[in-house]
Design a protein around this ligand. Structure first.
Ligand SMILES: C[C@@H](O)[C@H](N)C(=O)O
Ligand SMILES: C[C@@H](O)[C@H](N)C(=O)O
Lengths: 165, 165
């Protein structure tokens, strides 16, 4: 087994998810949502948009729980203006991440992370990746279990889980 | 205007997108797809999954163009087994990214990036973020235009665009 370049497990629980469903997939729509949010100085962490299938797609991002009400007000206004389907939110989420430099060439890491969560019966609600990190958003009630099974799956010491993914 | 901590624009054109639509949103599904892909030593770059709305969601990831045919074979098999809707792919994509440390606290950067692409009439097909990077997947034919307008939007020198986001 090649040494897997994973250095730790990080997590964050202070975010809430905001999703706008069925936005039209045409230039300018994403800018319409993030302009007002930026103007209100709300810090956005994850932004996830998958490719559209029928000309519409969902746009999801996370904000600090304390800013959720304000964000929903701003986003709700734009969603109405552009005729999106609905605005959903969820405060009971946690983000858990596998961190490792050189990650890019080891798609096995993703497979191992997802299998470890699956074996523990934890559903993956969202996925986002970067060169040094694979993040999964899960229900917050599973966070301790997720951190533990991921430490085991990658043979990491549990001692000091890093905070704030 | 606060100094925006953006150090550059990066891009990559050697990836192809694979999407599996309407996969059941239950534990173990993501692992089912990435196991065979990892076993075949196929390098996965972006992985994007948004939250499910009706119990189903789409799973998208990118692989080197040269590995697309093999990936579609592996993924097609699993998609059939789990009853996913369909498997789609697109080779004509490019990823363009804004890079900057300390990015997290400037949601205005996302807004500026999306507005710059919108003003140039460029549609954003996928979005993924990390602490130091905001990536947008666009049609490959718009790559040069996107790199140019993003340099302008962030007041960056055009001299040497970084490659491989
Ligand atoms: C959905 C949204 O991202 C749209 N495609 C845009 O470019 O703004
Ligand atoms: C869709 C897929 O990610 C599923 N939720 C899983 O946990 O595997």
């Amino acid at each position: 087994m090649e040494a897997i370049p994973v250095s730790g497990v990080a997590f964050s629980t202070n975010e809430a998810r905001v999703s706008i469903t069925r936005v039209p997939d045409r230039p300018g729509i994403a800018a319409r949502f993030f302009g007002p949010v930026a103007k209100a100085n709300i810090v956005v962490d994850l932004i996830i948009q998958n490719t559209s299938i029928d000309g519409f797609t969902d746009l999801t991002f996370t904000v600090p729980k304390g800013d959720l009400a304000k964000t929903l007000e701003l986003v709700g206004q734009v969603a109405k203006e552009i005729g999106a389907e609905k605005v959903l939110s969820d405060e009971h989420i946690a983000k858990v991440s596998i961190i490792g430099v050189g990650m890019r060439n080891h798609s096995g890491i993703a497979s191992r992370m997802f299998s470890a969560l699956a074996d523990a019966g934890i559903n993956i609600m969202m996925i986002s990746t970067s060169e040094i990190k694979i993040s999964s958003v899960i229900e917050d009630k599973y966070l301790e279990l997720a951190v533990r099974v991921l430490h085991d799956a990658f043979g990491l010491e549990q001692a000091r889980p890093t905070v704030q993914a």
